[in-house]
Design a protein around this ligand. Structure first.
Ligand code: NAD
Ligand code: IPM
Ligand code: MN
Length: 356
């Protein structure tokens, strides 16, 4: 047995199959002591033989791997999106990856659509609850297909689930600094407690209780609609945001816009102490898939995030520095102002990393 950490790679569908190989090449170039194993879970496999996740698939990942790097799932040939649900949401739920950590960092002012906003101004993180909310698929249809149809989709919020994600956010705030080295100091609860009085009333009560255990951290609250406005008006005010599954999903696409688009946004699906999964925020982008157009930097930054999680900080730093250099020198894909294809943009970063 080598002492190498083991990473499971699942590229998935669409541009996942283009950006993940670039992230893999960059990991290899960094020389970190890891072994990678590749799995073909995704639409192609599902269409071929009906398999989404093999029996025992998630426990195998937990037993045999230290981390998982995934691309994206979604294919026009599978309109039900069943495979994506079973693989992606299945993994989040069954492996209990309750903290979806989505850092929002602007690497260069040129990438931000807002006027006069630079890297110092956009450096926050969204901590998204990842195992509950409206994602649990509780509900159903009554009198389906008739004029009297009724559709119900429940929003599940458990005391335990809400408490652990809020605790995670305060601990994250305590243990992480901003890019410029200054400490993180504030946790903002984002909800809609003025309307969702039962569910978000619970979030408010738990937030109050947990924040009391962290008197050195400022505990703040905003309604989600106001957060949307503030995010495009003055993103400087954000530090650590904690929110439910659905709001976290929506807010992090909006926040990706501040970073240069979905091609730049990284994320981790984490259960502390257990095998965790890392994936770019973007989806499979069918219209640009297979055309060598997809930006691989979100996937590459996700790989760096995974290496840092595995305790391989030196490798992560090299990769992040190389991505920053690529952005500054416009050695990038078209979506962020360069003229390279996916492969050339990935290779540019890998080459930099290899040289250091
Ligand atoms: P998407 O993220 O795939 O694309 C949204 C927009 O961003 C498109 O204009 C796309 O071209 C662009 N984009 C995304 N990633 C990019 C990249 N790396 N480089 C350049 N441009 C990029 O979202 P969508 O269109 O809403 O969804 C497409 C499919 O992906 C759907 O099936 C959806 O369910 C799925 N999806 C999967 C995941 C996941 O597996 N994690 C996440 C989001 C969406
Ligand atoms: C994300 C995606 C997923 C989500 C979809 C594909 C199920 O949008 O990871 O942001 O809604 O969580
Ligand atoms: Mn999303």
């Amino acid at each position: 047995m080598s002492g190498n950490q083991r990473i499971a790679i699942i590229a998935g569908d669409g541009i996942g199959r283009e950006v993940i190989p670039e992230a893999v090449a960059v990991i290899t170039a960094s020389g970190v002591p890891v072994e990678m194993a590749f799995f073909d879970w995704g639409a192609e496999r599902y269409l071929a033989d009906g398999m989404t996740v093999p029996p025992d698939g998630f426990s195998m990942l937990e037993r045999e791997f230290d981390a998982i790097l995934m691309g994206a799932f979604g294919d026009p040939r599978v309109p039900s999106n069943l495979h994506a649900k079973e693989i992606l949401l299945g993994m989040r739920f069954q492996m209990d990856l309750y903290a979806n950590v989505r850092p929002v960092r602007l690497l260069d002012a040129a990438l931000c659509p807002l006027k006069g906003v630079g890297p110092e101004d956009v450096d926050f993180v969204v901590i998204r609850e990842n195992t509950e909310g409206v994602y649990v698929d509780l509900g159903g249809c009554f009198k389906k297909g008739t004029p009297d149809e009724v559709a119900v989709q429940e929003d599940l919020n458990t005391r335990k689930g809400v408490e652990r994600i809020i605790r995670y956010a305060f601990e994250y705030c305590e243990n992480h600094t901003k890019q410029n080295g200054s400490p993180r100091q504030r946790v903002l609860l984002v909800d809609k407690a003025n309307v969702l009085t039962h569910a978000h009333g619970l979030w408010q009560r738990v937030f109050k209780e947990v924040s009391g255990e962290h008197p050195q951290i400022a505990a703040e609250h905003m309604y989600v609609d106001a957060v949307c406005l503030q995010m495009v008006r003055d993103p400087r005010s954000f530090d650590v945001l904690v929110t439910n599954n659905l709001f976290g999903d929506i807010l992090t696409d909006l926040a990706a816009g501040l970073q240069g688009g979905l091609g730049m946004a990284a994320s981790g699906n984490i259960h502390p102490g257990k095998t965790s999964m890392f994936e770019p925020v973007h989806g499979s982008a069918p219209p640009i898939a297979g055309r060598n157009l997809a930006n691989p930097l979100g996937a590459i930054l996700t790989a760096a995030m995974m290496l840092r999680h595995l305790g391989l900080a030196a490798g992560a730093e090299k990769i992040e520095a190389a991505v920053l250099e690529a952005v500054r020198q416009k050695q990038t894909t078209q979506d962020i102002g360069g003229s390279l294809g996916t492969r050339a943009a990935g290779e540019w970063v890998a080459e930099r990393v290899r040289g250091w």
